[in-house]
Design a protein around this ligand. Sequence first.
Ligand SMILES: O=c1ccn([C@@H]2O[C@H](COP(=O)(O)OP(=O)(O)O[C@H]3OC[C@@H](O)[C@H](O)[C@H]3O)[C@@H](O)[C@H]2O)c(=O)[nH]1
Length: 346
Amino acid sequence: MAKEASNTNGSVTTKPPPSPSPLRNAKFFQANMRILVTGGAGFIGSHLVDRLMENEKNEVIVADNYFTGSKDNLKKWIGHPRFELIRHDVTETLLVEVDQIYHLACPASPIFYKYNPVKTIKTNVIGTLNMLGLAKRVGARILLTSTSEVYGDPLMHPQDETYWGNVNPIGVRSCYDEGKRVAETLMYDYHRQHGIEIRIARIFNTYGPRMNIDDGRVVSNFIAQAVRGEPLTVQAPGTQTRSFCYVSDMVDGLIRLMEGDNTGPINIGNPGEFTMLELAETVKELINPDVEIISVENTPDDPRQRKPDITKAKELLGWEPKIKLRDGLPLMEDDFRTRLGVTRKN
Ligand SMILES: O=c1ccn([C@@H]2O[C@H](COP(=O)(O)OP(=O)(O)O[C@H]3OC[C@@H](O)[C@H](O)[C@H]3O)[C@@H](O)[C@H]2O)c(=O)[nH]1
C-alpha cells in the first residue's frame, strides 16, 4: 500500500512511507483492512462507517468524544464483530493498530465550533498532530476532512484548490477555518518530512439524515422549522450563497479519495449554488407551504459566497455528486419527521 501518491502542490516527498505492520503481509494473517474513523459517531462520520462496514473485508474502529456525535447514529453496528466504538477525545493520544485513518473529528456547525473556540482549535491542531503521529507509528494512510472554510470569505468564485483563501486570522470563525488550515499544513509537513501517505478533502456544505436537529446549520434549521411549522429564519441579507452536497455523495467522494493515488487537497461538494432565500423558498415549497420566511440578524464573518470548482474531483477521482438539492431535501425531511414525531399533513 506504500505507493507514492501524486501531490498537487508541486513538491514531492523523497522519503518512503513508513512500513505498515508486518502482520499485514503475513501468510496466515486475516487480511482485513483496519480502519479508524475519528468523529465516526457524527453526521458524516456515521454515514461513512455504514459504507465501510458494508465491505466484509473492513474492520472499523470509531473514536468519538460525543460532543456533537451520538452513539445512536451507530446503534446498528454496536456489538458487530468487525466494529469497535471507543469514547475518545482526539486531543489525547490514541494507540491502535490500523491501516487507514479517516480523521473527521471536529464540531462542524458554526454554533458548536464557536461554543468553545479554544477546544476547537486544539481539536484541529493537537488532534491532527496526534492522528499523524499514529499514522507514522503504524504506517497508516490518513485522510483529513478539511473544509471549504479554508477559503474564508472567498474573493475567487467558484473556488478551486489553487486559491489560498481570504481568511480573518482573528475572527470568530478562525478557531475552525484557521484550525483546519493548520491541520492541512501539518498533513503536508508530515508527508514531506516523514513520508506519511496523506489525503486531504475540502468538504463543502453537506446535508442529510442524522444531522442534529438543533445543529444550527442552515439546512437542518430550515427543515426542522418547516416540519414544526415555525418561520424559516434567513440570516441577513439572504443573498449569501452556499452549495449543498447530499451526504451519500460526500461519503462516496471521501472513499474514492482515500482509495485513489492523489494526495489532494481536493474539493468535495455539489456545485449547485443557492442563495439562502432561494433555499428557504425551496424548503417552503417542498416541505411546508404554510410557513413564513423571516429575516434575522447574522453573525460576523459570514462568507458571502461559496461554490466548489470540482474539476479536480471529476478528473482525478471520477467523482461528481448525483443527488440534486430538490431530491435530497425530502430524504432528510423523512428522517426529521420521524425524530420529531411530526407526520406530514396531506
Ligand atoms: O438558520 C439559519 C442558519 C444559517 N443561515 C445562513 O446559512 C448560511 C450557511 O450557514 P451554515 O451555518 O449552515 O454553514 P456555513 O456555510 O456558515 O459553515 C459551514 O461551512 C462548511 C462546513 O465546513 C461546516 O459545516 C460549516 O462550517 C450562512 O450564510 C448563514 O448565515 C441562515 O440563513 N439561517
